[in-house]
Design a protein around this ligand. Structure first.
Ligand code: 1HE
Length: 258
């Protein structure tokens, strides 16, 4: 399928998906969300990690407010729109392939909902975050009440939404929205390097890490521990493990160091 909302290319085992509507600050219209769902449901077979980036000086300005204004949607229509966003971003979070977001500029409203579906977020110094829905009389609908609240805590999300204030990149690091902070213009390079490192892990380990941990978070402790043991039983006994552990036993691996 040919996509109009983003470009995609392969860099070995890493796919780089780049939002490409900078003239609208990469705001997400219905077509963009549908294309994201389609791509992340069926990434190329050889892909082991994905970088999600954006052209222009802003990663994503959230819901396409012009489309929303023009369409004058009914409650039922907008509920379907939200469920489309949930499906698309669930494909990112639970598709089994690690996704590293490379961020710059505005990560606002639905842009933050998109970024929070990624597993690792790298931002440069221009990066900032906001949930300005209140000023438009609207509410988050793309998963923020679950994904953003889990990262920054519900209390911080409530305060950001009530005041509409901007959270800068330093606070983004402190609150967990950014895993890495780079100099201006360097987020993509760092994200691609991380994605290549991640792509070297065993695929089944990565699948369990990106999907299992968030799924267990939804469960009771008893169910979570049982699920963890099932996942570990599957992953720990996969054929790849013997080869990787032989390297350790025969002292061919690099030691961890701080
Ligand atoms: C847009 C959008 C958009 C820009 N939908 N067209 N999101 C917001 O509240 C963000 C609203 N946007 C902004 O605050 C600013 O545009 C930015 C800070 C992101 C960027 O500022 P700047 O000065 O670089 O660009 P600009 O001049 O404001 O915008 C450039 C163009 O992009 C302009 O169109 P033009 O035809 O006049 O050139 C803008 O109208 C257009 N544009 N943002 C549509 N969001 C599932 S629910 C999710 C809830 C939400 O996401 S609420 C939306 C939150």
């Amino acid at each position: 399928m040919t996509y109009v909302s983003f470009e995609s290319r392969l860099d070995g085992p890493v796919a780089i998906v780049t939002l490409n509507r900078p003239e609208r600050r990469n705001a997400l219209d219905e077509q963009a969300v549908g294309e994201i769902e389609d791509y992340f449901s069926r990434p190329p077979k050889e892909v082991r990690a994905i970088v999600l980036a954006a052209n222009g000086s802003h990663f994503c300005a959230g819901l396409d407010l012009k489309e929303h204004y023009a369409k004058e949607r009914s409650p039922a229509e907008f509920m379907r729109v939200c469920q489309g966003w949930h499906r698309a971003f669930d494909r990112i979070q639970h598709g089994g392939i690690p996704v590293v977001a490379a961020l710059q500029g505005a990560i606002v409203g639905g842009g933050l909902e998109l970024a929070s579906a990624a597993h690792v977020r790298v931002g440069d110094r221009s990066t900032y975050f906001a949930l300005p829905e209140g000023q438009w009389g609207i509410f988050t609908g793309g998963g923020a009440t679950v994904r953003v609240a889990r990262i920054i805590t519900p209390n911080r999300m409530i305060e950001m939404m009530l005041t509409g204030r901007v959270m800068d990149c330093e606070e983004g690091v402190r609150t967990g929205l950014l895993n890495y902070l780079t100099p201006a213009g360097a987020a993509l390079e760092k994200a691609v390097a991380l994605a290549h490192k991640i792509a070297g892990n065993a695929p089944l380990s990565n699948y369990s890490i990106v999907s299992g941990i968030n799924k267990v978070w939804d469960m009771s402790a008893t169910d979570g521990l049982f699920t963890e043991s099932l996942l570990a039983a599957l992953v720990q006994t996969s054929p790849e493990v013997q080869g990787r552990l032989r390297d350790f036993v025969e002292k061919r691996t690099e030691k961890l160091s701080a």
